[in-house]
Structure formats: structure tokens, C-alpha cells
Write a protein that binds this ligand. Structure first.
Ligand code: ADP
Length: 585
């Protein structure tokens, strides 16, 4: 549990004696009274801090950063200034999962204080004594652990089935890794596909998912997911999250990835709709509250959980428990246990994705499957750990290596593309694209705001900026453009994402390398989202959905199928829990 930091009047007086800043020449005060400004680069753009100092106190801190991710970075912008005023220091814990935004808020405030001549390293907060945690008991029909995509879907469905539900969320915000999903949602035989004349089938979707996962997937779960995918798209439309744009994605035979019409990232788009619905349905969400244990009765049925926040220990009694805690891609210790060679890789995951649900479930006898199946994503910007959506390649970008040449079909499955990048000199590559793609895909704006995109008016100039040979890169692009025109990539046989060539300036490049992305393994479930024990039976009262589960994606998840998984199995978990609750006396 985090230490509670508070400040007393005596402490503040002590600090004002001890801490240094440039003193007002005319008085003995600690600070030069006035209002000061500082800026820093956040996750989405500039963060600006306005700090008001009186002679001996940080009176007020206002921070603006409209472009930070809603519900994640925005939480840092909202919460940290108050903490800094409370503790009279900039040394505050960042918001977990929003490290870039938190650091930017701290940097902007530090810069404003430095403008006022304050040496921030000497501002020390004094910790108050810890208070005894309170105890609270709650009684509900279903408790859902995790407010990511799967958890919020399950909560809405259980509530719609008449259940009294609550969600427990470890982070200060909803969304988890779901909020970072940028591609879209794979679904077959949908209304949109039919309208656009795309002749896709559930069988083909099953086949692609199994082939992508090297047939290691549990075919029953895959079939269920594919069969329910079109209805899941309709349900999303009903809750105000229509995914009516259609595109190609790696590993898919047909145009199958459904995306928001406005080109925005699917995850943030869905999380916005989910949180709105959760609010409208008056489903309580306990933020900053971590579940630690599943409670069982003498028959081994799940009957609630234990959880704690900073100041309260909860016992939550429930007829059923739904685990939706996501995977373990932010738990290096855990994933290197299965895959030691991944040590030191950056992760695209939110920091709270540490496999807690898997630990809690196995503690009461759940079985796990495919734990060693960990996906690395090929295109991660390494300084920010920002995942560059597959749609950049799906919409026409190419990958070139340090020598300025392509080295394969950019839309093969993630593991194959990742391996190809790692094989290149220094194990990195550049995504190269043009203004046509930027106009089409609004995700690119975020990358530009994050200062990770190199831009130039010609391919030759772009090459020079990247330190590549300009003739070679110009040749690579021209060969590619011919391939697009003739619909024949003679070099590497790429046959999707070839609707535009790379010919309209300005031209852009992003330097990328692979990063840990998705953990395909997890607790075993059946098609009813019931958690299966090591002796092969369903554990009564325990359901799970989303990345906490294993078996759906086999040895490799196809881009766009995580969202299908969370929506389809989230819905099933909510409905199954409601049905089970009806059997509990
Ligand atoms: P999915 O949608 O696949 O379930 P996400 O990563 O979107 O996965 O969401 C998982 C959510 O679960 C995150 O918001 C994460 O903070 C939350 N979470 C993880 N562990 C716990 C825990 N022990 N207690 C409460 N919430 C948790």
C-alpha cells in the first residue's frame, strides 16, 4: 500500500525553515511571491503548469494538458497538482499507468518553481503517521475485478440481467490495456461487411484465428468467439460505440477489422462509451482498490473477494465473481519466468497489468493454459513505449531497415514481423508513410504530438534526416509504389494494405522495435466463461473474461482479436454469472 503523505502545520513551518528557494531580497520569506509558468511534453502534447507562490507556501498549482489520454493521463493532470500543494513538494507518486503524463506534470511544475528560483530538491515533505485501515463489508450479487474492456462489458451485461454489481479497479481510472488498443475489432458476417460487399464467413474467421495461433488455440473458444462476433458489434452499436469503418489487418483473409468511423483508436473510443454506460447504469466502481484474494465456501465455490484501498480493507461477499484483471505483460518477473529471453524488453502494457487474476484464481485451484505464449508487438516506439497501430501498415506504410530497404511483407503475423525486425542490423526499423495515410488515420496525430515522427518534404530529405542513404530509400519507395500500382509485390508477396502508394508529401517515418504486448496464456475457461480447475471441473461462482484467460489466441494473437475476445467473453461472463446467481440460495 502506498504511504499516505500529509502535512501538518508544524511540518510546514519546519519546511519553511529548512527548504531553500531564492528568498525575496526584501524579506525573510521562503519564496518570491508571484505566479510562475512551466511547460513539458506529455503523452499527448504540451503540459502547462501555473504555480502561485506566497512568501512561504505553494498556494496553488494549475495544470492544463488537454491532449493527455482521457481517463489515464488526464487523471495525472487532475490529481497530481493537488497532491503537490498538499505535500508542498514535487516529489509525489505518479498515477500508475500514466507515467509519461505524470512525469510531464512534475517536470512542468518543477520548471515553474525553478523560474521562481526555487531549488525543488530541497523541498521535503514530512510523512504523517500511518492511520489504521478501516474495515468495510459489502454484499452484492456479482463482483467484477478489473474495469478494463472485459470487466465493463461483463458488468453491463450482468446489470442488464437484473444483478446488483460492483467493479473493483486497482488503477485510478478505468480502461486498462483496452484503452491502449489502437487497431480495431475483428468480426465476421457483420452488417458493415455485408453493406460493403465483403464476403466473409465465420468459418474463415475461425480458420484465420487458428492459423494465426499455430492451431494451439482452443477451437471451441475460438468458434464461440467468431460466432458471437457480429452480435457483439451490434451490441457495441446499441451502447453507443459503433465500429462502422472496415479495414485489413495482419493475418486476416478478408477486410474484417472494424474501427471507429472517425479513425480514432478503438480502445479509447470504447472505454469512453463503456464508462458513460457504467455511469448511466449507476454501477459503482471502486478505484484505487486492489483485489487480493477470492473467497470460497466449504464447497469450493467462489463467494466474494478481499480487496483494499489506501485506507480501507474490504470484504466483498457475492454470489459470483468475475475476473477481468487483464494479462501479465507489465510483470517482468512473471513473464520472464516463462520466457527468460524477454528480459529488458519495453512493454506496451499499463503498469497495473500484473497477472493478479491469474494468481488469485490459481490460489483456489484454477488451471492455467499457454502461459509461455507471450506476444511481442513489432512496432513499438522505444522511448515512449507507444505502440504504433497495425493500421499504419494496414493503410499502406512500409517497414525499412537501417540500410533503407524493405525486408518482408509488413502484414504477416506479429511474431513473424517482430522476428524479422530483430534479425535486422541493430534490431530496429522505420515505418515509412505519406500524407495520404496521415489524412486517413487520426492515430498518426497522436504520434506527431508525441514528437516521435520524423517529417520531410521529400523521401530523399526524410532519408537524410533518418541517417539513411537517400538514393536507396528513394529506390525502395519507388519499387513499392510500382508494386502498389500493379498490385504485385514481386519482392515479398504482400497483397494487402496496398490501396495507396507513398507519393504525396510530406513524408513521415517512425523508428520502432518490438515490445512485450499481449500474454496469450492465462486461466482456463469454457465457452460459458466458467473458470476450470486443475481437475477439469468448472469452479462454481467463478467466471473470467479477457486477457486474464488463456486458450483463445493460442501461440499468437491476430491484431484486432483482443477486442473481439473482451466484448464476446465479457458479455458471456456477465450473462453466465447472472444465470448462476439465480441458482444460489
Ligand atoms: P481486459 O479488458 O482484457 O480484461 P484490461 O487490461 O483492459 O484487460 O483491463 C484489466 C483491468 O484490471 C485494468 O484496468 C487493471 O488495472 C485491472 N486490475 C488488474 N489487477 C487488478 C486487481 N488486483 N484488482 C483490481 N483491478 C485490477
Amino acid at each position: 500500500m502506498k504511504k499516505r503523505i500529509a502535512i501538518t502545520l508544524t511540518a510546514m513551518m519546519m519546511m519553511s525553515l529548512a527548504a531553500c528557494g531564492t528568498k525575496d531580497a526584501s524579506s525573510d520569506s521562503k519564496f518570491k511571491a508571484g505566479t510562475y509558468e512551466g511547460t513539458a511534453n506529455g503523452f499527448g502534447g504540451e503540459i502547462k503548469a501555473t504555480v502561485t507562490l506566497s512568501g512561504d507556501k505553494i498556494d496553488k498549482i494549475e495544470v492544463t494538458g488537454d491532449k493527455e489520454t482521457q481517463g489515464i493521463g488526464s487523471v495525472a493532470v487532475e490529481k497530481l497538482p493537488a497532491k503537490m500543494v498538499e505535500t508542498q513538494t514535487v516529489k509525489v507518486d505518479g498515477v500508475s499507468g500514466a507515467s509519461v503524463s505524470s512525469a510531464a506534470v512534475i517536470t512542468a511544475v518543477t520548471s515553474a518553481l525553478e523560474t521562481a528560483g526555487v531549488d525543488v530538491s530541497k523541498l521535503e515533505a514530512i510523512e504523517a503517521e500511518k492511520k489504521e485501515a478501516q474495515k468495510e463489508t459489502l454484499d452484492v450479487d456479482t463482483v467484477i475485478v478489473g474495469a478494463g474492456g472485459a470487466g465493463m462489458t461483463a458488468a453491463l451485461e450482468a446489470k442488464a440481467a437484473g444483478q446488483n454489481v460492483i467493479i473493483i479497479e486497482k488503477a485510478a481510472y478505468a480502461g486498462g490495456n483496452t484503452s491502449r488498443a489502437t487497431g480495431g475489432m475483428n468480426a465476421a458476417e457483420t452488417k458493415t461487411q455485408k453493406e460493403l460487399g465483403v464476403n466473409d464467413t465465420i468459418e474463415q474467421f475461425v480458420e484465420d484465428t487458428m492459423a494465426g495461433g499455430y492451431n494451439k488455440n482452443n477451437i471451441k473458444l475460438v468458434t464461440k468467439m467468431c460466432e458471437e462476433s457480429s452480435a457483439a458489434i451490434d451490441w457495441l452499436e446499441e451502447i453507443g460505440a459503433p465500429l462502422s469503418d472496415l479495414s485489413f489487418s495482419g493475418g486476416a483473409t478478408n477486410k474484417r477489422i472494424h474501427r471507429p468511423e472517425d479513425g480514432s483508436g478503438v480502445g479509447a473510443f470504447l472505454v469512453k462509451a463503456y464508462t458513460k454506460n457504467i455511469e448511466e447504469q449507476k454501477i459503482p466502481v471502486y478505484y484505487d482498490t486492489e483485489a487480493t484474494k477470492i473467497l470460497t465456501n466449504d464447497k469450493g465455490a467462489a463467494v466474494g473477494i478481499e480487496a483494499h484501498s489506501e485506507d480501507t480493507n474490504y470484504t466483498i461477499n457475492a454470489k459470483s465473481v468475475i475476473l477481468a484483471t487483464g494479462g501479465f505483460g507489465a510483470n517482468e518477473e512473471l513473464y520472464t519466468k516463462y520466457r527468460p529471453e524477454l528480459k529488458g524488453y519495453v512493454t506496451t502494457n499499463v503498469s497495473t497489468i500484473t497477472g493478479d487474476g491469474i494468481t488469485m484464481a490459481t490460489d483456489i485451484g484454477a488451471n492455467t493454459v499457454d502461459m509461455e505464449q507471450i506476444q511481442i508487438h513489432p512496432t513499438v516506439e522505444q522511448k515512449t513505449s507507444l505502440l504504433i497501430t497495425e493500421s499504419v501498415r494496414g493503410d499502406g506504410a512500409i517497414l525499412v531497415n537501417k540500410s533503407g530497404v524493405r525486408f518482408g511483407d509488413e502484414l504477416r503475423t506479429r511474431d513473424v514481423v517482430s522476428a524479422a525486425i530483430i534479425e535486422q542490423e541493430e534490431s530496429y526499423a522505420y515505418l515509412v508513410f505519406d500524407q495520404q495515410l496521415r489524412d486517413e488515420l487520426s492515430a498518426v496525430e497522436k504520434y506527431i504530438d508525441n514528437h516521435i515522427v520524423e517529417q520531410a518534404d521529400s523521401i530523399e530529405e526524410l532519408a537524410t534526416k533518418l541517417g539513411l542513404d537517400s538514393k536507396t530509400l528513394a529506390n525502395t519507395v519507388s519499387t513499392w509504389n510500382k508494386a502498389v500500382k500493379s498490385k504485385n509485390d514481386a519482392e515479398f508477396g504482400r497483397d494487402t494494405g496496398m490501396e495507396h502508394d507513398i507519393s504525396v508529401g510530406p513524408f513521415y517515418a517512425i523508428k520502432i522495435a518490438p515490445g512485450v504486448h499481449h500474454t496469450m496464456g492465462g486461466v482456463e475457461i469454457n465457452v460459458n466463461a466458467e473458470v476450470i480447475s486443475t481437475d477439469g471441473k468448472a469452479i462454481p461462482g467463478l467466471f473470467a473474461a479477457g486477457e486474464v484467460c488463456g486458450g483463445i489466441h493460442g501461440g499468437n494473437r491476430i491484431g484486432g482479436t483482443a477486442v473481439t475476445d473482451i466484448v464476446v467473453f465479457g458479455r458471456i461472463a456477465g450473462t453466465s454469472a447472472a444465470q448462476y446467481n439465480a441458482t444460489v440460495k
